[in-house]
Design a protein. Structure first.
Length: 348
């Protein structure tokens, strides 16, 4: 991370999650004066407190649904990583209003409290499921992005910059499929997949932190950032785990879960039409027209049809060997291989 985080006070909402713990460690290592963790789970906070053993890490029990608890944690903060969210697709299908309360109204509370506290920058974490959403989780995260972007639309002279990042599957995050596969192998079971042809973007936890740091460094009001990422099929991912762990397990197809998509998109063609290519990243600027935009209905955008969606079915797809190499780059997978007594060479 850059020196801009030295001696700063930073709030991480949902800070006891996989991303929050990773970014907190990095912030502390880079000299942050204070890293505040806001979450509802006091047990995870206590475990994280003992793991970090750093007095600069401060823990706030609260819920982003409650504006007062957010305001309390936001006092004297310089930067905010907004990672708190309901993320499980099936549970959001059963309880969509809970997804709205956390992902939409909770984001509004974070943005409002940050603006009132004079925070310099807020980065909101989103997901590829917000693009062409077909489930409640994706729909609520799409609205969360709109809440973030509306801050600048409604407050053109605001000093608090609110931006967002969007990414796909974060490998080895809590509840993700790779630790599930490894757990099934260790239990002597076959690997269960919903659809072997399903494709997903893949990103490591470290890359997700880099994306947020890039947003903090480069964001203008309402920007949305995407990190370019490779994709693979779930079938190849499962087979790569089996081969790395020298297992004779098979892949069992169990069918799609509630409201799953066969592929995910990180950006629509409409977004790419106004995007800037920044090497490893896309910057998608907010549509900052005001409500007097009749001329656009008459003229249209002649360039929009030149673009295609940035979709996991159409981007470069990793081969099985490339998926194995990707997995070997994860410290968690290497640790599991070492524990199993398997030599960690390069994938064949």
């Amino acid at each position: 991370m850059s020196d801009k985080y030295s001696d700063k006070q930073i709030l991480v909402t949902g800070g006891t999650g996989s991303f929050g713990q990773t970014v907190a460690r990095k912030l502390l290592a880079e000299g942050a004066a204070e890293v505040r963790i806001l979450s509802r789970d006091e047990e995870k906070q206590d475990r994280m407190r003992h793991d970090l053993r750093d007095s600069r890490a401060r823990f706030y029990v609260g819920d982003i649904r409650d504006l007062q608890s957010v305001e309390r944690a936001m006092k004297d903060i310089d930067y905010v990583f907004h990672a708190a969210a309901l993320k499980q697709v099936p549970s959001c299908e059963f309880f969509p209003l809970e997804a709205v309360r956390t992902n939409v109204l909770g984001t509004e509370n974070v943005v409002r409290a940050a603006d009132a506290a004079g925070v310099a920058s807020v980065v909101c974490l989103s997901t590829d499921k917000a693009v062409y959403p077909v489930n409640a989780m994706g729909m609520s995260k799409a609205l969360s992005e709109k809440v973030a972007q509306s801050h600048g639309l409604n407050n053109p002279h605001a000093t608090t910059i609110v931006s967002a990042v969007r990414y796909g599957n974060v490998m080895y995050s809590r509840g993700s499929v790779i630790p599930l596969f490894i757990g099934q192998l260790k239990a002597g079971r076959d690997l269960t997949v919903t659809d072997v042809g399903m494709t997903r973007f893949m990103m490591s936890l470290a890359q997700s932190v880099d994306l947020v740091e890039f947003a903090f460094t480069n964001a203008n009001q309402g920007d949305l950032f995407i990190r370019k990422a490779p994709a693979c099929t779930i079938g190849d991912l499962a087979q790569a785990v089996i081969e790395l762990f020298e297992s004779d397990a098979r892949v069992t197809v169990i069918g799609t879960r509630h409201a799953e998509k066969r592929s995910e998109a990180l950006a629509t063609r409409e977004e790419l039409a106004r995007a800037s290519d920044m090497g490893d990243y896309f910057r998608i600027r907010a549509d900052n027209r005001d409500l007097n935009y009749g001329i656009y209905f008459e003229d249209g955008d002649p360039h929009q049809n030149e673009y295609a969606d940035y979709d996991s079915h159409t981007v470069d797809r990793m081969s099985l060997d490339e998926v194995k190499q990707m997995l070997l780059g994860l410290p968690e997978v290497r640790a599991e291989l070492a524990a199993a007594g398997i030599r960690q060479g390069t994938a064949a």
